[in-house]
Design a protein around this ligand. Sequence first.
Ligand code: AOF
Ligand code: ZN
Length: 364
Amino acid sequence: SCGAKAGDSDDKDDGFYMRRCVELARKAIGCTSPNPMVGCVLVKDGKIVGEGFHPKAGQPHAEVFALRDAGDLAENATAYVSLEPCNHYGRTPPCSEALVKAKVKKVVVGMIDPNPIVASRGVQRLRDAGIDVVVGVEEESCKRLIEAFIHKMLTGKPFVTLRYSLSVNGHLLNQLGEGATDSGGYYSQLLQEYDAVILSASLIANSPFPTSQEPGANQPLWILMAGGPSYPVQIPPLTENAASRVIIFTDKEATEEPETAKKGIETVVLNQINLNRILEYCKTRGLCSVLVDLRGSFVELEALLNDGTEQNLFQKIIVEVLPLWDESCGGSSLTALKSFERRLKVNNLQPKISGQSIVLEGYL
Ligand code: AOF
Ligand code: ZN
């Protein structure tokens, strides 16, 4: 109405502050696993008086950093949190208690925590203390932010994304688009975001391990699929600690100790390459998200594609379309990929531009 000033209505600004929470949370991208990324802002009289995000598992939660930042100004403030405040003693004490103690007047929550040990208990605790609680502001972005965490909590399995590149005429390509691996490129960002990346061992036979170029990025665990001529695997030079970040899966028994074992790299021999077994392994290592990168020898990844499509193990698909007309006749990999594509149902396809490529992300 005529007399209304900006900020008069709390609801009007809720989305804005929640988007700020998501932005803050993303500062810790690739650093919080197995915990989710969470952001928090404290707002009083239309001003942000405190901000925080969860930097790493074992460290304090977003709310604690925001409360510290606000100090005494937290009293009577509204707290915005992208995820429901926890109500349990985990690696850290409950955020619900911290908010009650700080005497905030209202809490706006992006989404309920899917973690069964929280699951609405945080909200309940706040309401019991007489605090006004609103749930579900910018819920879609809050869920997107922690899609891997949600999936892991609800199914117990890591979140798996399948990625590949196509030419405009629909051929599967081994290369990535220009700029994809540079800082800010979509592929570099994926490597930062995912806990592990599954690669054909043939891909690294003559080239270094793909690494994220984002400043300060944590690198993913490299899971190498080595069958046929790629085993034993030819590993590019590695720094000492990096050996623990490589794992080889093969269906071949080595006759003598391969070079990789001497370098301290673990090899798991499976009778048959099986995505479920690999995901089990990821789970034991506490990994929440896995990127399957369809480059190199298609034969080595074909079994994974089969399992992923038949057993619904893929949650997301990322297809990069390069501005390129491939004149080779496509070969067997193209035919094989077609049979997988036919079995997938993809929803919510969203395009974005990366360099000169179009990158489409969708959910399965
Ligand atoms: C929050 N704020 O910033 C985060 C939350 O072991 P802990 O103590 O770190 O607890 C981990 C669980 O807490 C995690 O699984 C998720 O349910 C929740 N994460 N909660 O209130 C935060 N990161
Ligand atoms: Zn907490």
